[in-house]
Write a protein that binds this ligand. Structure first.
Ligand code: AMP
Length: 226
C-alpha cells in the first residue's frame, strides 16, 4: 500500500490515570483522525460477551495485560477500517515491547510509521487520586472526575446523557497491580520509541486544556500542517 502522506499515527503511553483516554479523544477530534483505545475495545467485547471479551475479562479483572496475539490482532483489524485512513491516535496500545515491534512491522509493510509517541507522566499520588474519583460514560466512554471534572448532573454524561459508572479495575487493589504491570511491561515501550527518535515526554499533571494544547503542538511540530 502506498503511504498516504496526509495520514498520521500517534501513540499515547502513560501509567493508569495519566489522562490517555481523555486526551486521545480530544486530540483525535481536533486532528480529524480515529481514536483507537484498546481498553475501550476490550470493555465493549466484555459487555457483548464475545469470545474475545470472555477471554479478556479474566486478565482485565486482575489488572493484567491481555495476551499480545489477541491484542495485536484486534488493533490491527481496527486500523484497517476505513475510518482510519487519515490516521489514528492509539490510546493504551502498544503496551508491551512485542506489541510495539508488531505494530512497527505492520506499519513498515504498509509504508507508514508512528510519527510521534507521547509519554504522559504524572506523580503517583495524583494518578491514584484520579483513578479513585474517575467516572466513565457507559455509552460514549467520556471520562469525568468527581472533584476536578464533574458532570453537570451527577451520574449522567454531559455529552450524550449516558449512565456514568466506576471501573472495577480502578479499585485500589487492582490499580496497584496495573501500576506494577505498567512498570514491568510498558516502560520498555517508552525506551523503544525514544530509540526510534519519536518520543516526547509531556507533563500530564497539568489541566486538561493545557495538556491537549501541548500534545497538539508536539504533533503539529512533527507532522506539519494537519
Ligand atoms: P485501559 O482502559 O487502557 O486502562 O485498559 C484496561 C485493561 O484492558 C488493561 O488493564 C488490560 O487488561 C486490557 N488492555 C488494554 N489495552 C491493552 C494492551 N495494549 N495490551 C494488553 N492488554 C490491554
Amino acid at each position: 500500500m502506498e503511504r498516504d502522506t496526509k495520514s498520521v499515527h500517534v501513540v499515547l503511553i502513560g501509567p493508569p490515570g495519566a489522562g490517555k483516554g481523555t486526551q486521545a479523544a480530544r486530540v483525535a477530534s481536533r486532528l480529524g483522525i480515529a481514536h483507537i483505545a484498546s481498553g475501550d475495545m476490550f470493555r465493549e467485547a466484555v459487555a457483548n460477551r464475545t469470545p474475545q471479551g470472555v477471554q479478556a475479562k479474566a486478565y482485565i479483572d486482575r489488572g493484567e495485560l491481555v495476551p499480545d496475539d489477541v491484542t495485536v490482532a484486534m488493533v490491527m483489524e481496527r486500523l484497517e477500517q476505513p475510518g482510519c485512513r487519515e490516521g489514528a491516535i492509539l490510546d493504551g496500545f502498544p503496551r508491551t515491547l512485542a506489541q510495539a515491534q508488531a505494530l512497527d512491522r505492520a506499519f513498515r509493510e504498509q509504508g507508514t510509521r508512528v510519527e510521534r509517541a507521547i509519554y504522559l507522566c504524572a506523580p503517583t499520588d495524583e494518578l491514584l487520586r484520579r483513578l479513585a474519583g474517575r467516572w466513565l460514560c457507559r455509552s460514549c466512554q467520556a471520562a469525568y472526575h468527581e472533584v476536578s471534572n464533574p458532570p453537570k448532573v451527577t451520574g449522567q454524561c454531559d455529552r450524550c446523557g449516558g449512565e456514568l459508572y466506576q471501573r472495577d479495575d480502578d479499585s485500589r487493589e487492582v490499580a496497584q497491580r496495573r501500576f506494577e504491570v505498567y512498570l514491568e511491561q510498558t516502560a520498555p515501550v517508552i525506551d523503544f520509541y525514544r530509540a526510534e527518535g519519536v518520543l516526547d515526554e509531556l507533563d500530564g499533571a497539568r489541566g486538561i486544556d493545557e495538556v491537549t494544547h501541548a500534545i497538539l503542538q508536539t504533533v503539529r511540530r512533527a507532522c506539519g500542517s494537519i
